[in-house]
Design a protein around this ligand. Sequence first.
Ligand SMILES: Nc1ncnc2c1ncn2[C@@H]1O[C@H](COP(=O)(O)OP(=O)(O)OP(=O)(O)O)[C@@H](O)[C@H]1O
Length: 615
Amino acid sequence: MTVSQAAGAERRLRLGDMAASARTAAAFAWQAAPWHTVVLVVTTTAGAGVPVVMAWLTGALLNRLVGAEESALLGLACGLAGLGLMAALLPPLSTYAGNQLGRRANLRLVDRLYRVINSLPGLARMEDPSFQDRLRMAQAAGGQATGGIVQSLLLIAASVLTTAGFVGTLYVVSPFFTIVVLASCAPAFVAELRLSRRRALGDWRVSSTRRREWFYESLMTSPHALQEIQLFEAGDFLRGRMLAERRTADAERRAVDRQELKVQGGLALLGSLIGGAGLVWAALAARRGQLSVGDVSIFIAGVAGVQAALSQLMRALAHTHHLLLLMRHYLAVIEIADRAPPLPMDGGPAGLPALHRGIELRDVWFRYDESHPWVLRGVDLFIPAGRSVALVGHNGAGKSTLVKLLCRFYEPTRGSILWDGVDIRRVPVKELRRRLGAVFQPYMEYDLTAAENIAIGDTRALDDRPRLRGAARRAGIDGVISALPRGYDTMLSKTLTRADDTSAGALLSGGQWQRLALARALLRERPDLLILDEPSSGLDAEAEHDIHLRLARYRAGRTSLLISHRLAAVRDADRIVVLHDGRIEEEGRHQDLVDAKGTYARLFTLQAKGYQHRD
Ligand SMILES: Nc1ncnc2c1ncn2[C@@H]1O[C@H](COP(=O)(O)OP(=O)(O)OP(=O)(O)O)[C@@H](O)[C@H]1O
């Protein structure tokens, strides 16, 4: 969605959308904190009536100062004191109930959002920038919307009550001025509504700018990125980019602020003119004996009260509009994930029996989207069960993309992938993935303990230390982990250790992290397909040799797909497939390919030459 389309969408926030967002917020609030909701409703409604009653009592007290009985005056004064106490106590009570309600309800909101995010079956959605922007708004909703909407709606109701009370009060003294004050609010209402829409549009525009700004910020504070940034002195470049994004966002916010200043300045002027005129009229009327002192006091409180209540009402309406928009983004994200999964099922969900024959890619074509070139162009490949297949080829040939299709992170644009003859589109995605073990080329380094880093491979094994150690042993990393200050419980991070934890976290070397990633993949003891995308790229020669011996043992009799640029590592594979420019160029065993003197033979000879002695 482009910004202008988004702007259109924001302008089209209809009553129906608003009502749906408000209903969802109210439901979340009620389910999360029913008692706090009740307290909030009671305190807000009671608080709305207090100023009106106080204005009346003050007027009555002033009118009876001369000539009334002492007991009546005492009663009025006590009533006023009681109301003063209520006026002091109700707001903090209401704030506490509102905050507590907000925390509980927003927790539910965030929980639901991340459940939905975790259930997204592929990567395409997360790579979509407009989805990312929506997601940011939805995350902002998770931080404030539910409690905020309920509080704002109650504030609107309270403002309406207070306004009605003061309008009634004013009407008794001067029907004419009541109409004038109310009429002066009509332009204010329209102006505030327009302002609120402008704010919403501004928020949407700033959203992508903020995302980029955050990216530059996080780069400059990431220890991972800092080595390059410091060495290449790229910090100023990134700071400049960050500030440019910030300035763009600030310009957008300034435009909104200026509009707000104009509108609110105009409204304040109008309000003071009307208030001033009213005051002059009341003073003159009192002088002519048409109004008593009490009436003047009620009139002044009435005008000020109507204006204050109406301006509170406007602010509450604008704030509610803003929060409802955030909520709408939230609901849109939930809806996208719930109703339009990017990986549709072709037929009914089929069970997935253990692999017997093998996995077949049948005329698979793929591109990341229509604006991108084809990455795979009619790939036909069979990975027989129990055999090892190696995939080699130049950078950008499409090897990792093929792996992503096997994991169903994306869907083939044309053609199909068959698991023992069953199209994997007919299999629930979770079931398919449970059958796979994988080390990806950009492997993850989690800021978690060593044990947790491995257990990510199967979180059910989190407390199963022998299983975790078994996987670490298979990946040749058990010794390194055991030697860490707290063994498997050592935090592998220097930045995310807890504040009360005095022991420093530990960091691993690149090759050790890679072995840890391998341990994660090997935690699934009998995967039907083991995918190893460059599992040894960061290892020293000895470690690489060791890991390949271990993997060869582990892969024997298992179905595996190994991608590597180190051709010595793939020579023992049952079948070697050379991918070139998205097509299979050659296929066979090592010796067949060497004899064929094609791309594989050329690459292999080139690498082998690099290891030969020179005179
Ligand atoms: N998420 C993505 N969106 C768009 N294009 C992508 C994406 N990932 C990869 N590509 C493009 O797809 C092509 C193939 O990339 P891929 O990672 O599959 O190559 P590869 O054979 O694994 O390369 P290498 O040996 O360098 O790892 C590249 O041209 C790359 O730019």
